[in-house]
Structures are given as C-alpha cells and as structure tokens.
Design a protein around this ligand. Sequence first.
Ligand code: SAH
Length: 257
Amino acid sequence: MTGKVYLIGAGPGAADLITLRGARILAQADIIFYDALVQPDLLALAPQAQHVAVGKRCRQLSTDQRFINRALVEAAQRHGVVVRLKGGDATLFGRAQEEIAALRGAGIAYEIVPGITSALAASADLGISLTQRGVSRSVVFVTPRVGEGESASDWIKSVSAADTAVLYMASGQAAGIAASLMQHGLPGSTPVAYVSNASLPNMQKIVTTLSNLHEAAQNAGSPALIILGEVLRAYALGTSTQEIPEEISQLINIGKR
Ligand code: SAH
C-alpha cells in the first residue's frame, strides 16, 4: 500500500485558524507527524489517528530532519493518509522542501495545504494592514537565522529594501538585530512591533521603536515575531495608551520622534 502525504499548515495557533481543507484531511488521517508549535487542540480534530511529535522548540534537542524525512516515507508505505502538520504555513521557514524532496525521491504522492502564517496573525492582533496605500507596497518575510554550515544571510538587505519587514525566529536576538539594523542605516526611530503568541489567549504585543526594541523584548514571551515599518504608525495613532500597562506605554512614543 502506498498512501499520500499531506503537508498541512496548522495556522498560527488558535485552533479555528486552520483551513477547512486542513481540518477535513485531519479527520481522515491515519498518522500525524506534528511540530512543537502545533497546539494540542488541533490534534483533537484527529482522534482516530496516531499522533507523533517530531519537533521541540529551538535551543532544545529537536528530531533530526533526516529522521522525519524517512519517517514520512515509511508511513506512506504503511498508511493511506499521512499528515505532516506544521505551524503557520507549512512552506515558510519549516524545512518543507527537504521533506518534499524525500517524498519525491521515494515516488510518494504529496499535497500541500496552505495555512495562515504567523505574520498575518500578528498583523491581525495589531489591528493594522501590512500594506497600506502610499505607505507600504512591499512586505518581506525574513529570518536572520542561518542553519549550521549555511553561508551568511543577506537579511539586513532584505529588511532595508522592504517597506514592511516581518522577522521570524528572531526574537531571542532582538538586541543584536536592532544593533545590526541601526549600524546599517535604519533610524533608531523606526517603528517596531514585538508580537508573541499571535492568535492565542496569551498573545502579547509591544509597539516601540528600533532603539527601544531590546528593552521591550526582554520580558516578552515566545514564539514571537518582530515587525518593522511605517505601517505601525497607524497602530500608535489608533491606540489609547490608557488600555496599555504603564511600563509598555512608556515605550510607545511613535509619532513623537
Ligand atoms: N511556518 C511558520 C513559521 C515557522 S518558524 C509560520 O508560517 O508561521 C517559527 C517562528 O515563527 C517562530 O520563531 C516565530 O518567529 C514565528 N511564530 C510562529 N507562531 C507564532 C505565533 N503564534 N506568534 C508569533 N510568532 C510565531
């Protein structure tokens, strides 16, 4: 028997932000390989399936990618519906192409089911549009993170070239990131948002400036995204500082600089 592997985007966290298609396939799954960022509520959509955890958060030991690739191939040789469930969209910063290559190499059918990437959940939580007429005509999704053995990344160039930048896997190095960007000419007054646990009940959002990012990020949660750009001024304008805790409201001085 050879089954099919579905690479499904679980969405940013909230269980009702998976697509209907993703939910329908989960309900038919025989086995699910899921990442650490996938919320347990989603697995409840597939009580009939075998659930296999294959990822831990960064800085902890994670399942070897080659093991995952091999496990997907082997599962498809034993089951009809195999699901690879990844946070956000499965094809953004998730090593999906390596899994696809393994499946193709073994002649196994696969299908990608798109998901809502965390950047879009974060902009929704901020209540702003990542593009704005006359303000932002480009959005870049970028990570400063480089894997072992990879060449240095051009992430600073990408951030500088875009009107709006969303940085994935960057929150742990907020200080270094802000310093590098300012060193390369971004003004310290550039509006920045730090959004953790987007779409979830423990979501936290801090809007500040690049020069204050380090301070703002120190006590904030994870997983988190850093968003940069003029589009955030709309957030500052629409926000009453009264609903924001004192220590955070001090950081919100966008528009005054
Ligand atoms: N494929 C995922 C991204 C995987 S990389 C997607 O499309 O969203 C993991 C990074 O995604 C984290 O380091 C963090 O930067 C971001 N992330 C994932 N879920 C998040 C959430 N709910 N809130 C904020 N950031 C999140």
